[in-house]
Design a binder for this molecule. Structure first.
Ligand code: FMN
Length: 195
């Protein structure tokens, strides 16, 4: 099996919604398997209640990172950057960097923002940087995906994205869904070819 880890942080569930589409895309590829995981809360934030569905997502282990065939990171945008919780986890992957376990594997990124111009691209780029340091092959979304030209919300060539408008009842648009799915499928197909 080709195992693709989708590693997220999500406080209100918007990034989780997009993660589910990315996972569906991975699982649509023959012999590919999506492994949805979350990073741990930080001590400072763990007293805040998590949404139930997110709480059920297992916390990532280092072994899962080392063993994966591809890694996709997802984070809400926090002041134009990834969430501290995800950054904190990445900062603990020195051993993975030293052993070179991610070198040559495909990687991708996705995000969720409250507003349309709230920093999706900067957040996506910020998540790419450590993946480059780990030697990963960065995978974006090509313009052959019609959703990239049609979207009125999220969806970028740098990675999938979702404009949640900060509303609890907000759901992904059809373009945001399709682009998340397409990105997951693309990473899985590339990982299969590389394997
Ligand atoms: C501390 C903080 C900073 C944020 N910064 C931004 C921002 O720079 N741009 C933006 O559009 N939304 C920003 N937001 C809103 C979140 O990105 C948005 O609600 C996102 O969809 C939450 O994802 P989640 O449901 O997965 O936690 C911020 C939220 C918080 C709590």
């Amino acid at each position: 099996m080709i195992n693709i880890v989708v590693l997220i942080y999500s406080k209100k569930g918007s990034t989780l919604q997009l993660a589910e589409e990315v996972c569906n895309g991975i699982d649509s590829v023959s012999k590919a398997n999506a492994i949805l995981r979350r990073v741990d809360e930080l001590k400072q934030t763990q007293q805040q209640r998590m949404i139930e569905k997110y709480e059920k997502v297992q916390v990532i282990t280092k072994k899962e990172i080392a063993d994966c065939h591809g890694l996709i990171l997802g984070s809400p945008t926090r002041f134009g950057n990834m969430a501290a919780e995800l950054k904190y986890f990445i900062d603990q992957t020195l051993d993975v960097w030293i052993s070179g376990e991610l070198i040559g594997k495909p990687g991708a990124v996705f995000t969720s923002t409250g507003s349309l111009h709230g920093g999706q691209e900067t957040t996506l780029l910020s998540m790419m940087l450590p993946l480059f340091h780990h030697g990963m092959l960065l995978v974006g979304i090509p313009y052959s995906e019609p959703g990239l030209s049609e979207t009125k919300g999220g969806g970028t060539p740098y990675g999938a994205s979702y404009v949640s408008n900060e509303k609890k009842e907000s759901v992904l648009s059809i373009e945001e869904k399709n682009l998340g799915f397409a990105m997951g499928a693309r990473v899985a197909k590339i990982a299969s070819k590389l394997a």
